[in-house]
Design a protein around this ligand. Structure first.
Ligand code: GLU
Length: 316
C-alpha cells in the first residue's frame, strides 16, 4: 500500500480547511433527498469535513460539528454489532457481493430468493437489523445501537432524531415491501413492523462529522479504538468490514467511488460519507445534496480532493 507511515499534519490541516472553503462555495450541490420528507428541509449549502488521525488529533472544516442524519452510514455499525452477536452465521441471511443496483431495489431481491446481496443495500441492512433485534424488545435493540455509537465516538450526546424516524416510518413503503418480501422467505424473524421500527430509528441517528469520524476510528486502526487501546473487533473483522465498504458502500456508485477516492467508504442519503484510511485516518464528510445514485455529490468530490492531496489510497 502506498499509504505513508505517518501523516503530515500541517499538510492535512491546510488540505481540510482549503477543501471546506472550496466546497462551501461551489454552485453544483446535487439534490437533497426528499423521499423522507424531514430530510428535504436540510439546507443544501451545508458542508462539513472532519479527519481524526492515528494520534487522535482532530482536523475540522466547515460545519463539522453540526449534527445531520447519518442514514445508511449506520449500517456499518449495525453490521459490526450483528457480526459480534452471531458471527459468520450472519452470512446465511445476507450476501457479500456488490449489488450494481439501486439502494432500495426490489427486483434484485426477487431474483435472489429473498436473500439480500449485501448488508449495505436497504434489504440487507433490514435483515441485519433483524438479527440484532432477535431475543430483544425493539427499545432494547435500539438502546444497544445508540450506546454502541456513543461508546465508539466517546460522546454521550449522540441521539436519535425522532422526527426523522417518524417521517420515514410514515413514508417508508418500499422498505416495508422489502421487509415483507424477505419475511416470506424466512429471512426476517421478528414482526416486520418491529424490525422496520428499529431500522428507521438507527438510520435517524443524528451525528456531526466529528462524532462520525471518531466512531469510525476502530476501522482505521485494525479494530482498536486508539484512545482506549481496547479492541472493538478483531483486526480481521475490521479488514473485512472495510472490504465490504469498498465494494458495496455506495450502492451502484461503489465502482465510481473506488475509482475516484480509492478508500473504503459508506454513504447515507442524509449526505454524509464515512471513509477509512487504514492505519492513518478516519474521515467524515457531509454535504446534503446527492448524485443520481443517492450518494453525496460534493462529499465524494471532497474526499477525492483530500485523498489526492494526502496521497491516500488503498490501491498503491
Ligand atoms: N433510511 C434510508 C432508507 O431506508 C437509508 C438509505 C440511505 O441512506 O442510503 O431509505
Amino acid at each position: 500500500m502506498s499509504i505513508a507511515a505517518t501523516t503530515d499534519k500541517s499538510l492535512l490541516r491546510t488540505a481540510v480547511s482549503d477543501i471546506a472553503e472550496v466546497m462551501a462555495a461551489r454552485p453544483d450541490r446535487g439534490t437533497v433527498a426528499s423521499y423522507i420528507p424531514e430530510l428535504a428541509t436540510v439546507d443544501p449549502a451545508r458542508f462539513g469535513l472532519c479527519v481524526v488521525d492515528a494520534d487522535g488529533e482532530v482536523f475540522m472544516g466547515g460545519d463539522a460539528e453540526v449534527p445531520f442524519s447519518i442514514q445508511s452510514i449506520s449500517k456499518v455499525f449495525t453490521l459490526t454489532l450483528a457480526l459480534g452477536m452471531v458471527g459468520d452465521r450472519l452470512w446465511k441471511r445476507v450476501g457479500r457481493e456488490p449489488s450494481g443496483s439501486a439502494f432500495n431495489s426490489i427486483v434484485q431481491l426477487e431474483f435472489e430468493k429473498g436473500v439480500p446481496r449485501n448488508p449495505f443495500i436497504n434489504a440487507g441492512a433490514i435483515a441485519t437489523t433483524d438479527v440484532i433485534l432477535s431475543g430483544h424488545k425493539p427499545k432494547e435493540a435500539l438502546g444497544e445501537i445508540l450506546r454502541f455509537m456513543q461508546f465508539l465516538a466517546d460522546d454521550q450526546t449522540i441521539h436519535i432524531d425522532r422526527e426523522v424516524a417518524a417521517s420515514e416510518q410514515r413514508t417508508g413503503f418500499r422498505n416495508a415491501a422489502l421487509a415483507n418480501y424477505m419475511k416470506s422467505f424466512g429471512i426476517i424473524e421478528n414482526p416486520v413492523e418491529y424490525t422496520l421500527g428499529v431500522y428507521f430509528h438507527h438510520c435517524a441517528l443524528a451525528m456531526s462529522c466529528r462524532q462520525l469520524a471518531m466512531a469510525g476510528r476502530f476501522l482505521a486502526y485494525k479494530g482498536r479504538n486508539p484512545s482506549t487501546g481496547l479492541f472493538v473487533v478483531k483486526p480481521e473483522r475490521a479488514r473485512r468490514i472495510n472490504s465490504l465498504m469498498m465494494m458495496c458502500g455506495h450502492y451502484d456508485g461503489s465502482g465510481e467511488f473506488a475509482y475516484r477516492v480509492g478508500l473504503p467508504g459508506k454513504s447515507g442519503v442524509g449526505g454524509g460519507i464515512l471513509a477509512i484510511v487504514p492505519g492513518q485516518a478516519s474521515i467524515a464528510v457531509w454535504s446534503p445534496g446527492l448524485d443520481a445514485s443517492g450518494n453525496s455529490h460534493l462529499g465524494r468530490i471532497a474526499l477525492e480532493a483530500l485523498a489526492t492531496r494526502m496521497g491516500w489510497s488503498v490501491f498503491g
